[in-house]
Design a protein around this ligand. Sequence first.
Ligand SMILES: *Cc1c(COP(=O)(O)O)cnc(C)c1O
Length: 374
Amino acid sequence: MIPFNKPYLNGKELANIAEAAATGKISGDGYFTKKCHDFFEYRYGFKKVLMTTSCTDALEMAAILLDIQPCDEVIAPSYTFVSTVNAFALRGAKIIFADSYEDHPNIDPAQIERLITSNTKAIVVVHYAGVACDMDRIMEIANRFNIPVVEDAAQAIDSFYNGKPLGSIGAFGTFSFHETKNIIAGEGGMLVINDDRYIHRAEIIREKGTNRSSFFRGEVAKYGWVDIGSSFLPSDLIAAFLYAQLENIDTIQMKRKAIWERYYERLSAALMGSDISLPIMPDYATNNAHMFYLVCKTLEQRTSLISHLRECSIHAVFHYLSLHKSEYYINKYDSDALPYSDSYSDCLVRLPMFYELELEQVDFICDRIIENIV
Ligand SMILES: *Cc1c(COP(=O)(O)O)cnc(C)c1O
């Protein structure tokens, strides 16, 4: 069976964990956590980076930092992972779902503007498959109404919008190092803070509502409970694993891009004139090869393709179910139909994509797709 995903360890992960254990300090903000912070701030110019236990936690921190209150409204795409909006629902916010573009799963900025009211307290955008949303348009709208933007960049490591790293454009960027992402730590994430005003409080929220970080820098004589918060920082063992991946990020990205390009090259020619479409890359976006997907014409066509691939021992998968139609939200949703989100729910199929996938396997997968379609 060719799996959909296979976590890749480049070799130094376990040695780094042993090294972290040998220091005698394996709780949060140890040696490797600092190395990860420095890596991201240096490589991408992020103003402030805080490692978290997941992207979900980074989103929850963003919701606390934005002081989201019950009945505040938060605009977000419906075609996304639950954590994008659950973080805000936890604070009591009403989620105002926006539709995708017709030809791309990303949020359509024209939908955002329509949905803004005097209660809108945040706009959360998701760079689906690591491909940038139209951030100039989104920031222009957000700035005009003075609403902060959170970039859910869980899939968007090492990807750019007009030369700017994703996650560096809104007030916050949130990243994931879950084993299904390009750079992994099992479970892990980070919060990028691009607005100075949030940095001090972010450190407190991440440390159970205490000013422990200030204490360790010698800024205060003792530390205590100063705000709400939780335990959002990962063990240094996680950071040790992650740092091994970061040291290899260019190799990992190069290999993933070669796989992506091979899929595109083989399938774009063969599917020309068929009713299946390939991913679209806007001019302003780079491709970080997080995901390779196809968009079928109908649910039936997708079901048939997935089961054909399954019979050929290839594990291809569908993706999100529209969140406005989820069991949790359907009875709370009282707004417009979101046809494009629903159509990606029905028609998008993700193909195997992982570091160790061989180009011959990509060719095999493409051949099996082509024989099913043409
Ligand atoms: C993976 C993912 C998350 C969640 O990341 P975790 O680190 O597992 O919490 C959130 N949003 C999007 C868009 C994702 O793809």
